[in-house]
Design a protein around this ligand. Sequence first.
Ligand code: ZN
Length: 406
Amino acid sequence: MLIETFMRKQLGLKAHAVTKVEETERYLIIHIDRRGGRLLRCGVCRQRCRKVHSVRKAREWRDLSMRKLPMKLRYRPRRVECPRCGLRVEDFPWAEPWARVTTTLSNAVARLAQELSWQGTARQYGLNWKSVATIVKRAVEYGLRHRARPPVHVIGIDEVSRRKGQVYLTVVYDLERRVLLWVGDGRTEEAVEPFFTKEMGRRRCQTLRVVCMDMWAAYANLVREYATNAQILFDRFHIVKHLNETVDAVRRELWRQLTAKERSTFKGTRWLLLKNPWNLTGDQKERLSTLVRWNAPIVRAYYLKEAFQLFWGYKQPKRAKDHLEKWMRSAMSSRLEPFKKFVRTLRTHLDGILSWTTQRVSNGAVEGMNNKIKSISHRSFGFRTAENFIAAIYHCCARLPLPIER
Ligand SMILES: [Zn+2]
């Protein structure tokens, strides 16, 4: 078999033929031309067109390498007269209309970019960083246009930070399919609104049953406005995180109140707890009792935290509510300011917290995805623009389809 025929079959060409395979020092160039009078297709709607209007100047497309030599396709595109679209550039079976690389190469690059940084991917394929960025962004655009949109019932809204907590993005997951649905720049109500209005739309919002989110978040109103059938559920992982922060606040408060001298006593006395009481000297006994007295608020905070956690085990809404009410009363009388603050927040979010008893879902299901986003940010030394970071997140977490290789 001639190399030209072999290449034509490899490229899956029907209306085009390979006229020559040229080997230069740096490239293997595949020259392509029209094959007889076969009909070409419109580049927009792919309809077969009878009339060729004109022949344009030659264009090149990078392809996968053949052994060591990078391969290029060279062809003079035709402009066709499409009955539907008018004058258009023809459809290329080997590439998307806009692309300067073949679909086979861009898909290979896109797949590698899900595992490596854009820099690393570029190095592997001998491309520059910008080309990889373009390929990924185009792949994401294509994927978003062509992805399946089954009805969504349970979603989790969360935030991720870019550049060490200075800039925030909001991410929305389908918690049933464990897939990323949407990423938005910012974490305000206005930033998240397009998810409901554009990505979902009024009609698709109606199937939403549960929306899982942080009680500190700004978008509860959006859920009430657009997802009228959905129950808000304040995320278990976030509540536990805030609870831990509350315990921490008690500890920090206490530390602040101690004088420098007392702090040094505190630091040097932890070993006292490990000693047998009957081996302690009078002085040590006194220091230990001071230590225990100082620690009392921390111990109270700790018990409160542990007692709260029982809430997650209740299956009956009534019992869960009773437990929470009792807990809030004891926290309010704990004389621990951070806990009082925590209770006030719980009070205003009670319904969404109690939803847990009937809807046992949490953003913990997609914890791995959040970690993945962190690693994407790290391996690229933090993306400089939100646009690039958003594209990379979609690319790695949304399970988008890649363009079909024909
Ligand atoms: Zn057309």
